[in-house]
Design a protein around this ligand. Sequence first.
Ligand SMILES: *Cc1c(COP(=O)(O)O)cnc(C)c1O
Length: 346
Amino acid sequence: MEKLARKQVQELTPYLSARRIGGSGDVWLNANESPFNNEYSLTFDRLNRYSECQPEALINAYAAYAGVKPEQTLTSRGADEGIELLIRAFCEPGEDAILYCPPTYGMYAISAETIGVERKTVPLTADWQLDLDGIQANLDNVKLVYVCSPNNPTGNLVKREDIISLLEMTKDRAIVVMDEAYIDFCLEASAVDLLEKYENLAILRTLSKAFALAGLRCGFTLANESLINVLLKVIAPYPVPIPVTDIAVQALSESGLARAKEQVATLNANRAYLKQELSQLNGVTVFDGWGNYLLVKFPDGDALFKAAWDSGIILRNSPIEDCVRISIGNQEECEKTAAFIRGQLA
Ligand SMILES: *Cc1c(COP(=O)(O)O)cnc(C)c1O
């Protein structure tokens, strides 16, 4: 069957998600999931009917949360579907390209490769900021520039003045896609206010991280109406199942938002605790992180990752030498992880 698949697909290595890598243990800090599992109510009275393409209640609730107009909001099956919709809508296979800045999230590359769209990379600078000159020199045929902030896996924020420079540089030529999957942990750093000034800005959001709904598969693209209308041309007719909408609307209700805010504050405090604990250890560097994870450099990152794995503490290894990404769990998980690492390095 492999031979019948498109050549692009034959050559494709699928995204190695934390879930696919597996592992066994009782501390799961490898997928930037929330440790909180909140309760929702479900009704089953409309399941014989198709869902709305863009459920009004959900669009209105998220638009209000994000501070944009409903017409500037599109919902999809996770932010991952948003990444792909943008490529399908704006890039001609075999002609156009996307550009992204590694080390960063892996799905930009995989979506482009699947669709047959060229990938250009301009690595982040030594302090994980944008290499604006490098980007400028590589913009030929580029329709989409993906920028992740807070960046996964490094955790840092991309400088606002650089985002503005990039938007100016690409005006009338390419779309800057800000991946804000983790922005709810530092909302003041969002680029959402720039939508007013820049037609070529798109912002990806998700309920998977701060809203503790990774299993729900609900994400959003924020952009000006004309851009959203292009995406609406290529999205599936019924992308959001009715139970997903019902749960997402509860998560975005007044009480849902208050709970999410509290949980974000708790996770940010846990992150500060973990950073403080690990920073004291000899040979360990903990990078500043703004999402629900920290990138940590060890004397031997692979050894630490494997030792933790064998002890049932599942972390995420990273492409950055000797660095391990640790999701922020509940207090007990953070304490257990800190104690384990302390023991390893003693
Ligand atoms: C988790 C993540 C996503 C995907 O979010 P979903 O809504 O679960 O598809 C997108 N971008 C980044 C940077 C992520 O870490």
